[in-house]
Design a protein around this ligand. Structure first.
Ligand code: SAM
Length: 213
């Protein structure tokens, strides 16, 4: 592994010990199902798990060959994937066309640059390769969005305080407002947006399938 750090990675390095447990609490036990539903869109072959963290996605990849990439060593060290690489999405140390698919769950809000990362994903995907992205986004309807904003401002930092990491979970709540909805975020980018769907209470989790046409 080589060492590369970013501000998003620093937050996760600080909460790595508790990450899986808190993720299950914050998602009310649904996070595995959300990853599984998204991973079903991946092609067979070699998959890059970008921002793989502790390897929570591994069970959803079946018999695909997986490379786990993440800039946070405390997260990556817990990951059981056979190939682990310390790396940020904005600058990937992989050859052009190296992967059949890319999976990335709950990472995009933490990127320094979505545009640079999407350009890198296009480069490392083979032609017709598929990227599947799962992340949180505010609900679509105005009322649901405001209810969700009010609820998460209380619930997320509360869970963070109980876990002894209040600052980090305040960051997580604020990151929910950082990016536009997926259709805006990915439309017109280097990869073709094939479909999006919503999951979870008020639809605050999205899945997106993008293709390297
Ligand atoms: C919320 S965790 C998600 C981990 C895992 N994908 C999952 O589903 O549980 C976000 C991960 O993104 C990583 N990360 C932060 N900045 C990143 C970047 N610029 N490029 C790639 N990964 C990054 C963090 O280190 C962290 O492990």
């Amino acid at each position: 592994m080589t060492s590369t750090e970013s501000s998003g990675a620093d937050v996760f390095s600080d909460i790595a010990d508790n990450y899986d447990r808190l993720n299950a609490i914050l998602s009310l036990g649904r996070d595995k199902a959300w990853r599984r539903r998204a991973a079903a869109h991946l092609p067979a072959g070699h998959v890059l798990d970008l921002g793989a963290g502790t390897g929570a996605g591994n069970e959803a990849f079946g018999d695909r060959w997986v490379t786990a990439a993440d800039p946070s060593l405390p997260m990556l060290i817990r990951n059981q994937a056979r190939r682990r690489v310390a790396s940020i999405g904005e600058s990937l140390p992989f050859a052009d066309g190296a992967f059949d698919g890319v999976f990335s769950a709950f990472v995009f809000r933490n990127l320094t640059s979505v545009a640079a990362t999407l350009a890198e994903l296009k480069r490392v995907l083979r032609p017709r390769g598929v990227a599947v992205i799962v992340d949180l986004s505010r609900p679509v309807g105005k009322v649901q969005r405001e209810l969700h904003r009010a609820g998460s401002a209380v619930f997320v930092p509360l869970v963070g305080r109980l876990a002894g990491s209040p600052g980090e979970y305040k960051y997580l709540d604020e990151s929910l407002d950082k990016l536009p909805p997926p259709v805006e975020l990915y439309a017109g980018g280097p990869l073709t947006l094939e479909r999006t769907w919503r999951m979870g209470p008020f639809g605050f989790v999205y899945g997106a399938v993008l293709r390297n046409d």
